[in-house]
Design a protein. Structure first.
Length: 397
């Protein structure tokens, strides 16, 4: 395999749950040496469902070396300060102020390593009136406005996105900030602090809705799967499911009607122009779905694609991960008997790779500390006082 894009970058990962761990996972998939720091008893997210083989902790913690440190102890905090001297990046996603009180804040670690890039991911950011609040994806989706315009047309109850989008977005923006800071450091030698928050990341994703409001004062409302500027641009019911169709021009409308082989649809004055189709979209949907009810999704997909009309089935997650396009692109990777989705970016010369599964608690503590210059006796003393955990003893060869 070619050299990884971030193979010369070392990351100290003091994150938990999703947002921060996803940020460092992206860096790990790109080849960074990510050192996952957990409590000696393990992260709470390691708890498994006893009736299932689903292990939430593994989702965002593959490709990382794992160490166990009690950062509440002065000796444990001292271990991290010493590790920071050898690191390029430090990532944490605890409430603002927590790491400052432990002597592990940005200013503390910058004193150890002036070129360190320190990334903090939080619910609301490290300034402002909500600084002290804990952050959850659902709350960020609510406060960003996203839940107010997500759901079926005319719906009155707020609906959350089906994925933890605030968490994932904050992780992505955190990783983007880190990469920008690394580039700045290569030019200047200077480290810096990077921040992302769940609330700002969620609002940043609402680019259409914020743009509309700031330009016109219009407040977004639930539209189901419909686009506000085109019709039909939505999921439409067929005989056996739904098909998503995007008709964004008069040329595509003509081809759409040709695919459905209903000549009078194109000539119907209610649907003759984009403006009229939007104005009469309820009647348009009713008319189209009456036609689509005559055949299954696959039938209509074939006809529409033959005419060059953008469309696709509304898949279940099981259908999506087994879709021939996803398989052909190699988005799914299997390692140590587990399947993962790799970071969804393709690099021609430095490929993204899932190399290892999640480490066990403290699996690499001894190795990582030795790499950082800790003597064997120091490591034993730290373990004896409860500052670090060494995991399971190595197996005899």
């Amino acid at each position: 395999m070619s050299r990884s894009a971030l193979s010369d970058v070392r990351v100290i990962d003091c994150t938990h749950v999703i947002a921060g761990a996803y940020c460092s996972m992206l860096l790990a998939d790109l080849g960074a040496d990510v050192i996952k720091v957990e409590p000696i008893t393990g992260e709470n997210n390691r708890i498994n469902n006893p009736t299932s083989n689903f292990r939430p902790f593994e989702l965002a913690n593959r490709n990382k070396r794992g160490i166990a440190v009690d950062i509440q102890r002065p000796e444990g905090a001292g271990v991290l300060r010493r590790l920071a001297r050898t690191a390029d990046v430090f990532v944490e996603n605890f409430r603002p102020g927590v790491f400052d009180r432990l002597g592990l804040g940005y200013e503390d670690l910058r004193a150890e390593n002036p070129s360190l890039i320190y990334c903090s991911i939080s619910g609301f950011g490290h300034s402002g009136p909500y600084r002290e609040r804990g952050g959850f994806d659902l709350v960020a989706q609510a406060m960003s406005g996203i839940m107010s315009f997500t759901g079926e047309i005319g719906g009155t109850r707020p609906v959350a996105a089906g994925v933890p989008m605030s968490d994932i977005a904050a992780g992505c923006f955190g990783a983007l900030g880190i990469l920008a800071a690394l580039n700045h450091r290569r030019a200047t030698g200077e480290g810096q602090k990077v921040e992302s928050s769940l609330l700002e990341s969620a609002l940043g994703f609402a680019v259409w809705e914020t743009g509309l409001y700031l330009a016109t004062g219009e407040v977004a409302v639930p539209r189901g799967s419909r686009h506000r500027l085109a019709a039909p641009y939505e999921a439409l019911k067929t005989a056996d499911g739904y098909i998503a169709v995007g008709v964004t021009s008069q040329r595509l409308w003509k081809r759409f009607c040709q695919a459905l082989t209903v000549p009078d649809l194109e000539t119907d004055p209610r649907f003759a122009t984009p403006t009229e189709r939007i104005a009469n979209r309820d009647q348009l949907q009713e008319r189209i779905e009456a036609i689509l009810a005559r055949g299954p999704t696959a039938h209509w997909e074939e006809l529409l694609l033959a005419q060059g009309v953008p469309c696709g089935p509304v898949n279940t997650i099981a259908q999506a991960v087994n879709d021939p396009q996803i398989v052909a692109r190699g988005l799914l990777a299997e390692v140590e008997g587990r399947r993962f989705t790799r970071a969804p970016v393709m690099l021609s010369e430095t490929p993204v790779a899932v190399r290892t599964g999640a480490a066990s608690v403290g699996q690499h503590t001894r190795e990582v500390l030795a790499d950082a210059g800790f003597a064997d006796q120091e490591i034993k003393d730290l373990a004896a006082c409860g500052a670090v955990g060494l995991g399971s003893p190595p197996q005899a060869s």
